[in-house]
Design a protein around this ligand. Structure first.
Ligand SMILES: CSCCC(=O)C(=O)COP(=O)(O)O
Ligand SMILES: [Zn+2]
Length: 212
């Protein structure tokens, strides 16, 4: 058995992650090869999508094993350009098992309307889909980070933010897209659907009422 077969044989979630990619693509949240996904494969590594792939047509061979400390030379093939962000999240949250990044129209437009570094979601029953939230009255602060092509700098910003406040299993990158994570792939998918829903609701509300 070659290395690739061993990596995927050992990780039963590789096929599930590809199926999740198809589910996400059906919702038009990863157009034009945008977005990237990963699952943890050990305390120090993850399987991340190869760069430039159509994320709705992934097969397990498109998932590349990367070590958190040796991203650039630890795998064959070209891992996602945003691998550093996935690694930063896994490093900071030892329980995180999956990370999903999308480029939906709603998240991209919403993020550009918000000039503050975070946005408060309050009053939505759907907030309870986020792990640990028990009431619509428990406000959720979603960080909105400035976009940059310097992924090391963006990853450092995420690590710094995660070290200073409780993040709601998600953040936005302005004009770019949404990152979510979870303690299982199922939880991560639920967080993604919930955050896309909450963002879509706020965008509709802003269209009607303006930014108040
Ligand atoms: C075509 S979208 C620009 C790159 C990006 O933001 C993205 O999410 C996809 O990059 P990857 O290297 O993971 O394919
Ligand atoms: Zn992206």
């Amino acid at each position: 058995m070659n290395n690739l077969a061993q990596v995927h044989q050992l990780n039963p979630y590789a096929i599930q992650l590809c199926a999740t990619g198809r589910w996400i693509a059906q919702r038009h949240w990863v157009p034009a090869t945008g977005g990237n996904f990963s699952i943890r494969s050990s305390a120090q590594s993850c399987l991340v999508t190869a760069s430039g792939k159509d994320k709705g047509e992934l097969s397990p061979a498109d998932l590349l094993q990367v070590d958190f400390d040796e991203i650039s030379f630890s795998c064959q093939g070209k891992p996602s350009a945003e691998t550093a962000l996935h690694c930063a999240l896994y490093r900071h949250y030892p329980d995180a098992k999956a990370v999903l990044h999308t480029h939906s129209v709603q998240a991209t437009v919403f993020s550009r309307l918000i000039s503050q570094p975070q946005y408060c979601f309050d009053g939505y029953e759907m907030q309870k889909a986020i792990q640990g939230i028990q009431s619509h009255q428990q406000a959720l602060l979603l960080p909105v980070l400035d976009n940059t092509q310097d992924m090391a700098a963006l990853a450092a910003k995420v690590t710094q933010l995660a070290g200073t406040q409780t993040l709601p299993y998600a953040f936005l990158v302005r004009g770019h897209g949404l990152y979510v994570w979870g303690d299982s792939l199922e939880q991560c998918k639920r967080h993604l659907e919930a955050w896309e829903f909450l963002i879509a609701c706020e965008l509709e509300r802003i269209k009607i009422c303006g930014l108040v």
